[in-house]
Design a binder for this molecule. Structure first.
Ligand SMILES: *Cc1c(COP(=O)(O)O)cnc(C)c1O
Length: 372
């Protein structure tokens, strides 16, 4: 044994240590009081009862590996949306599919674009693969197609677009999305993240199914975590051209989706009445919250999703820190969005009727200066 050289330690690939760890919406209060959690855009109606029953049924065979193709789930999705099941791949949340896309198509020297207040998972996926994140400014908290196109270089390989976006709740119409696709080089993958697509009522909105079907370089990701109320199960899917879906199938874990997840997902997809009820609930309470909160003198960004963004003054006693503290004193946990470049905003998820009324009551107290 000779004296060793200075200790050499494992080092991750460049970019990894630049990642800021994703901080999920809070779910606990220091007081130990059971909170009302409106911080993660979860469904106030919960999952379909049929999905819960299917999940429980699956408990009878936990020693078995799941169907690695998730065939029943892909078929259920394909039936509901009129798609080819061979162009669908399922994942452990759409987060896994976003990561796999980045892993397959991005590396050192490549650039990938997302928008100024875009979903932070994109940045993580880009950096994790040693690629360079490029941020396109938004206009009035909306994705700006011209700003995205202006940032395309020969190194660009991917554009991530959440539509509607989280945490802003804004969307761009399908004509703008088509203009984006048309303006991007053919070797750039456009990833359309439609996590909130089921909630949108705007006539000029489409999640992008037709664009995926008619172009060789567009992918749509969707989730069971939001309107389907199955966030705990980690279930998402992507629809794309056969070549890209084939790439994701090569790279994914062979059993990346669990059997209880597959079973519950199928039942959730087939329960159209439950999905309609969740959408109808949002149709009623999103405008109510927007109006009531606006009437209190709090700025609200018009949203088409199941959450909305409130804006507080940067200074003074009615700033976002004070609002958050007051809401917490009333047992209400919302979502701060400092990491999204919005230090004076707070995101509110549409809750149950009682939860929505509790939020408005607490905000009214706050704005009227009754902060016990
Ligand atoms: C919640 C959300 C998702 C869904 O993530 P899962 O991994 O499927 O739970 C994807 N994109 C955006 C923009 C979201 O807000």
């Amino acid at each position: 044994m000779t004296m060793s050289a200075p200790t050499r330690l494992p080092v991750p690939r460049p970019g990894v240590l630049d990642i800021e760890i994703y901080v999920p919406g809070e779910s606990k209060l220091p007081s130990g009081v059971t909170p009302i959690k409106l911080s993660s855009n979860e469904s106030p109606l919960g999952p379909s009862p049929a999905a819960i029953a299917a999940y429980r049924d699956a408990a009878g065979a936990l020693e078995r590996y799941p169907d690695g193709q998730a065939s029943l789930l892909r078929q259920a999705i394909a039936r509901r949306y009129g798609l080819d099941p061979d162009r669908i791949v399922c994942g452990a949340g759409s987060d896994e599919l976003l990561s796999l896309l980045a892993h397959a198509y991005l590396g050192p020297g490549d650039e990938a674009i997302y928008t100024e207040h875009g979903f932070l998972v994109y940045r993580i996926a880009i950096l994790a693969n040693g690629a360079t994140p490029v941020v396109a400014p938004e206009r009035d908290l909306k994705s700006d197609i011209d700003a995205i196109l202006a940032r395309v270089t020969p190194a660009t390989r991917m554009v991530f677009l959440a539509n509607p976006n989280n945490p802003t709740g804004t969307y761009i119409g399908i004509e703008e999305v088509r203009r984006l696709r048309a303006g991007l080089p053919g070797n750039v993958i456009l990833v359309l993240d439609g996590a909130y697509a089921e909630y949108v009522r705007a006539n000029d909105y489409e999640a992008g199914i037709e664009l995926v079907a008619t172009t060789p370089n567009t992918v749509m990701t969707r989730t069971f975590s939001k309107i389907y109320g199955l966030a705990a199960l980690r279930l998402g899917w992507a629809y794309g051209p056969p070549e890209i879906i084939g790439v994701l199938n090569r790279m994914r874990g062979p059993f990346n989706v669990s059997e209880p997840g597959i079973r519950a997902g199928v039942a959730a997809m087939e329960d159209a009445a439950h999905i309609d009820a969740a959408a109808a609930h949002n149709d009623r309470w999103l405008p109510w919250l927007t109006d009531e909160i606006g009437r209190l003198g709090i700025g609200v960004t018009p949203s088409v999703a199941n959450f909305l963004l409130m804006h507080f003054p940067a200074d003074g006693s009615r700033n976002a820190d004070a609002a958050e503290a007051h809401l917490k004193s009333r047992g209400l946990i919302l979502r701060r969005v400092k990491a999204y470049g919005l230090p004076h905003a707070i995101r509110l998820t549409v809750g149950t009727q009682a939860e929505n009324r509790a939020v408005v009551a607490a905000l009214a107290e706050f704005m009227n200066g009754h902060t016990a």
